[in-house]
Design a protein around this ligand. Structure first.
Ligand SMILES: [Zn+2]
Length: 198
């Protein structure tokens, strides 16, 4: 029970992490986080312990009687949990760039996108967040082995390491709990428009 997944929200109620019940209780006990119930109410440690278990919820026994297992917690400040490292990958570069070619500005399905080295590898360009962008096949072909300046291309924006956690990288797949759904929906929607600031 103590190793079940608990969804961690940042102060803006955006999911950033999944932790264990044990760790969630520790964060709440330290007042670094509050527990969130299905009605979006939040509870400090004592408030959660002093109420009766929520109807239909899983409980654990404590010296003060049974208490509900939290499913969702919200951090009280931004810096209590280290930012997750966003893995440099094809899918995450596409997600960072919103599946939009950084040269012509058109959005494409994954299959029609390439990764482009802004400074080509032949010029010493490296495979980093700062030097790799999403490009459509056509722009990629026209740019060839040249820098944007040489090819007369302009980047839509300067590429950088993302400051968000792509939803797909949260370990949600196997243990997506019903109580998480309202919070995940918010992200599913907002992620389509812009990266999540964490
Ligand atoms: Zn393009």
């Amino acid at each position: 029970m103590l190793n079940l997944g608990v969804l961690v929200l940042n102060r803006s109620y955006l999911p950033i992490h999944v932790t264990t019940v044990r760790r969630a209780f520790a964060l709440v006990y330290q007042d670094a986080a509050h527990i969130v119930d299905t009605e979006y109410r939040s509870y400090a440690f004592d408030e959660w312990f002093s109420q009766d278990p929520q109807p239909g919820s899983d409980t654990i026994g404590t010296s003060r009687g049974p208490i509900s297992i939290p499913r969702v917690i919200v951090l009280r400040s931004y810096d209590r949990m280290p930012r997750r490292h966003v893995r440099f990958s094809r899918a995450n570069v596409f997600a960072r760039d919103d599946h939009t070619c950084q040269y012509c500005g058109e959005r494409f399905p994954k299959g029609d996108l390439n990764l482009d080295h802004v400074v080509p590898r032949s010029h010493g360009g490296r495979s980093t967040w700062e030097n790799v962008v999403t490009s459509c096949v056509e722009c990629n072909r026209r740019k060839g082995g040249r820098t944007p300046e040489q090819a007369g291309f302009r980047l839509n924006r300067q590429p950088a390491r993302p400051r968000w956690t792509p939803l797909a990288s949260l370990p949600l797949a196997s243990h997506r709990h019903d109580a998480w759904r309202p919070f995940l929906r918010v992200v599913d929607r907002s992620e389509a428009r812009e990266p999540i600031a964490v």
